[in-house]
Design a protein around this ligand. Structure first.
Ligand code: AMP
Ligand code: ZN
Length: 460
């Protein structure tokens, strides 16, 4: 029985799609004005795993992931570059596709762009005005009126007054309530714009997803998701818009992924603490990065550290070493390993436990290798089959192991041993010894960073 955590009810629920055997799923996509960073990859890998698993469980999944191709950041960046915003969007959309494909993500079935759905957005805004859930402000922009939507705050689990205490009240605000948000924004001179009954302008961000998702998947669909930061205000506002317009339930189950963090802070463009996916791919095999992104449960935070990436590489080396030189065979059937794997994944897609089952399986392959090659190869085939559900272990083992050797010109075990020795020296206040070890590592072109959690290392 598959259970998924629903942010709306804050409970794990038995998954029951609206239509038997079919899943309609919408994930908020990227605002394409720059290269994607590893934080983006964290969220989209989480959904990729969910989709692969649902498919493996036999569901016919329709996966929609939009592209936000018009917004303030895009306009600003296009102006800075003195280029047409379409060109900027095209370039970064292509880059996103390349990066996501490199990380082994399955392609969405539909990838609507906001600018293709302007008529649907206009008609949703129209409906909201007709239903008296929106108003035209004194500056001509159209706003959603949160006080007129009874359930406002249901996803954030806060009422309007609680939410309001955290809202920024701007001077000269034209809004009736600080939480009201824009549905249609009139264009400033030289901005991209579309005609509407309220004047030439462009849609607000939230209405984009509300209109695109309901147009593509129906007024009510199964799963909607994104990273945790989208719960409020983006998803709260989408929910309010869609339900106030259609007067039907919008989404049955809301899934949100935890952040990839660097030194306990969310990896983000605005903080400047990010690594682009393509930069990471320069230094690490794509499968290593993919594995790393799945090492913590998708709802938990994941800490970026070179050490964890190296552990991910070591884990894959162990798997591929087990798969190496195994004759092809049918995968073991009715195995306790598969049952445990399914139980882990049925429990809200618990990849860390699923990995532990794969480790046990790899261990068994190695144990049987010398005594019963036929049985070992059936275990190996099961390892590969279950790996596929997570989008790993499909490479040729020799190729993977050879490439990893080439990539790693440092002896990881030696580095780790030296770091441990240095930490011991420091604990014993043997500063000269600690410095000597650091110098030895510097010679190996390894840079150390000490923080509250311990020591991480990087290539110079
Ligand atoms: P953006 O393009 O910033 O709107 O982000 C696109 C998606 O990536 C959203 O679902 C975000 O929640 C998600 N995202 C952005 N940064 C991170 C991060 N550091 N960790 C996990 N997800 C993230
Ligand atoms: Zn969205």
């Amino acid at each position: 029985m598959l259970k998924i955590y629903n942010s709306l009810t804050r409970k794990k629920e038995v998954f029951k799609p609206i239509q038997t055997g079919k899943v309609k799923l919408y994930v908020c996509g990227v605002t394409v004005y720059d290269y994607c960073h590893l934080g983006h990859a964290r969220t989209y890998t989480a959904f990729d795993v969910a989709i692969r698993y649902l498919q493996w469980r036999g569901y016919d999944v329709t996966y929609v992931r939009n592209i936000t191709d018009i917004d303030d950041k895009i306009i600003k960046r296009a102006n800075e570059n003195k280029e047409d915003f379409h060109e900027l969007v095209k370039r970064y959309t292509t880059a996103m596709h390349e990066d996501f494909a490199a990380l082994g993500m399955t392609k969405p079935h539909h990838e609507p762009t906001a600018t293709e759905f302007i008529p649907q957005m206009i008609s949703m805004v129209d409906k909201l005005l007709e239903n008296k859930k929106a108003y035209i402000a004194s500056n001509g922009d159209v706003y959603f009126s949160v006080r007129d939507f009874e359930n406002y705050g249901c996803l954030a689990h806060r009422n309007i007054d609680q939410l309001e205490s955290g809202a920024r009240v701007e001077i000269n605000d034209v809004k009736q309530d600080p939480l009201d948000f824009v549905l249609w924004k009139l264009a400033k001179p030289n901005e991209p714009q579309w005609e509407s009954p309220w004047g030439a302008g462009r849609p607000g961000w939230h209405i984009e997803c509300a209109a695109m998702s309901t147009s593509m998947l129906g007024n009510t669909f199964d799963i909607h998701g994104g990273g945790k930061d989208l719960i409020f205000p983006h998803h709260e506002n989408e929910l309010a818009e869609a339900e106030a317009a259609t007067q039907e339930k919008f989404v049955n189950l809301w899934m949100h992924a935890g952040f990839l963090q660097v030194a306990k802070e969310k990896m983000s463009k605005s903080l400047g603490n990010f690594f682009t996916i393509r930069d990471c791919l320069e230094n690490h095999a794509p499968e290593v990065l993919r594995y790393f992104l799945m090492t913590s449960h998708y709802r938990s935070q994941l800490q970026y550290a070179d050490e964890t990436i190296i552990q991910s590489r070591n884990a894959l080396e162990r798997f591929y070493t087990a798969l190496r030189d195994m004759p092809s065979a049918e995968a073991l059937v009715d195995s306790a390993y598969e049952e445990k794997f399914v139980n882990a994944m049925d429990d809200d897609f618990n990849t860390p436990i699923a990995f532990s089952v794969l480790f046990d399986l790899a261990h068994e392959v190695q144990r049987l290798r010398a005594s019963d090659l036929a049985l070992a190869s059936m275990h190996a085939a099961l390892l590969k089959k279950l790996g596929k559900v997570l989008g790993i272990l499909q490479d040729d083992p020799h190729d993977f192991l050879m490439n990893e050797k080439k990539n790693s010109d440092v002896d990881v075990e030696k580095v780790n041993a030296l770091i441990v020795a240095r930490n011991e020296a420091r604990a014993a206040k043997l500063w000269a010894e600690a410095d000597r070890i650091r110098a030895q590592l510097t010679e190996m072109k390894i840079v150390l960073e000490d923080n509250a959690e311990g020591t991480v290392w990087k290539h110079e």
